[in-house]
Structure formats: C-alpha cells, structure tokens
Design a protein around this ligand. Structure first.
Ligand SMILES: Cc1cc2nc3c(=O)[nH]c(=O)nc-3n(C[C@H](O)[C@H](O)[C@H](O)COP(=O)(O)OP(=O)(O)OC[C@H]3O[C@@H](n4cnc5c(N)ncnc54)[C@H](O)[C@@H]3O)c2cc1C
Length: 207
C-alpha cells in the first residue's frame, strides 16, 4: 500500500472562507491504494452552501454497490475504474461548487466595487438566469435540475427553450442589472466582532 499523502489527486480549495476538498486515490500512474474505497465526504467534501454532499455521497455509494462484486477479483482495476468514474460523474459538481464559492467570495469581499462597475452583457445574462426564475417556471425548473444534480448547468441552460425564455425576460427587463446588497467582508467581520465582544457575558473582550 503506497502512502496516499505522497501520491494521488488531492485537491483542496478554500474560497470565501469555505472548504472544498477532493481526495482521489489514483493519479496518472494508477491507483495509489487498493482495498480502500472512499465515498461521500471522503472523496468529495463540498461545503454545505449548495447542499450537494448527500447526493454526491449517494451517487458514489450506488456505483460502489453495483460494482462491488468485482472488487475482490481485480482490486487495481476496480480502484482505477472507480477513480475514472468519480472524475467523470462527481468532479464536475465539485468544480461547480469551487467556482461558485470563488464568485461569491469576489462579490462579498467588496460588493460596492462590484456594483460600481457597469455589468458586461455576459454578467447581466448570468445574473438574469437566477433573477428570472422567480417569474418563469421553465427557468426555475432548469435551475432546480442543476441544484438537484440532474443536469450540469451547460445542459440545463443550453436548450433552445431556456435560451429563448431568458432572452424574452431580459427584453422585458431592459433596466435589469445584477444587484449586490449587504456589507463588504471587512465591514461585516468588524461588526460581528463588536457584537461578540459586547454580548458574551463573563468573558473578557478578545483583542
Ligand atoms: C452544517 C452542515 C450542513 C449540511 N447541509 C447539507 C445539505 O443541506 N444537503 C446536503 O446534501 N449535504 C449537506 N451537508 C453535507 C453532508 O452532511 C455530507 O456531505 C454528508 O454527511 C457526507 O456523508 P459521509 O457519510 O461521507 O460523512 P459523514 O456524514 O460525516 O459520516 C461520517 C461518519 O463517520 C464517523 N467517524 C469518523 N471517524 C470515525 C472513526 N475513526 N471511527 C468510526 N466512525 C468514525 C463520524 O462520526 C460520522 O458519523 C451539510 C454538512 C454540514 C456540516
């Protein structure tokens, strides 16, 4: 058994103060370890903001349950197949979480600056994908398919119907611009620190 810390595909990201961790027990040279199968957070630890963790764990459990019969005969090829499957079936959802957290971090770090810049057409369309779901059930269904891991965003939003609905909504809302509310990160943290020191009874204010 090789040491998984020395090899393997270990991806971590801390975006917007949120952890996401990918633990692949194989790399370009093949499996790092056999006889050990990670599922759930052991492979795809995603922070809870998108509520993906349980679905990702169940999908992995399903794959392992279906293929477990062959694991004992060919442990190395079982481990390699599992790794390939996780890359293809789970990694895209992990990467979406990381991208979403990075975007949120950029926005929350300084919302005032983000609002001051005129939005590009692409940014406006992207923001409208979310805003229009409150008016259009077709768009809400597309979004729900993504949130519930039925389809990746490019497929759910890529249909002719969805693109036409989005164009219609943008035409009906010519003044729509992506809106950011709330304080900047530093402002929020200093406000929370003040409250914490003021409200914890019997504890000396922390510095
Ligand atoms: C605050 C919060 C909110 C979340 N909200 C959502 C949500 O809305 N939707 C969603 O899909 N996901 C959500 N998640 C993520 C979800 O909980 C996890 O992705 C999921 O529980 C992963 O399942 P798991 O079996 O891999 O790990 P876990 O559920 O963590 O199970 C691991 C188990 O192993 C046990 N254990 C650890 N070490 C040992 C040991 N040495 N010996 C024996 N037992 C051990 C632990 O006690 C634990 O019971 C949330 C997570 C958090 C923290």
């Amino acid at each position: 058994m090789a040491g998984p810390a020395a090899r393997g595909d270990l991806g971590g990201a801390r975006d917007g103060g949120l952890d996401n961790r990918w633990t692949g027990l194989a790399d370009a040279s093949g499996p790092v370890v056999t006889g050990l199968v990670g599922i759930g957070d052991a492979v795809t630890y995603t922070n809870p903001t998108m509520g993906q963790g349980v679905a990702l764990a169940l999908r992995a459990a399903q794959w392992v349950a279906r293929q477990a019969g062959t694991a004992g005969d060919e442990p190395a090829s079982f481990a390699a197949d599992y790794h390939r499957w996780t890359e293809q079936a789970l990694r895209p959802w992990f990467d979406i979480q990381v991208a979403m957290d990075r975007a949120n971090e950029a926005q929350l770090r300084n919302p005032a600056r983000a609002s001051a810049q005129p939005p590009t057409a692409v940014a406006r369309e992207k923001a409208a994908l979310s805003a229009c779901t409150w008016d259009d059930p077709v768009m809400m269904r597309a979004r729900a398919r993504i949130r519930h891991l039925v389809l990746p965003a490019d497929q759910a939003y890529g249909t002719e119907e969805v693109r036409a609905r989005l164009a219609c909504w943008l035409a009906d809302h010519p003044d729509f611009t992506p809106g950011f509310d709330g304080p900047a990160r530093e402002e929020w943290e200093s406000a929370v620190r003040r409250t914490e020191t003021a409200t914890v009874p019997g504890r000396a204010p922390s510095r």
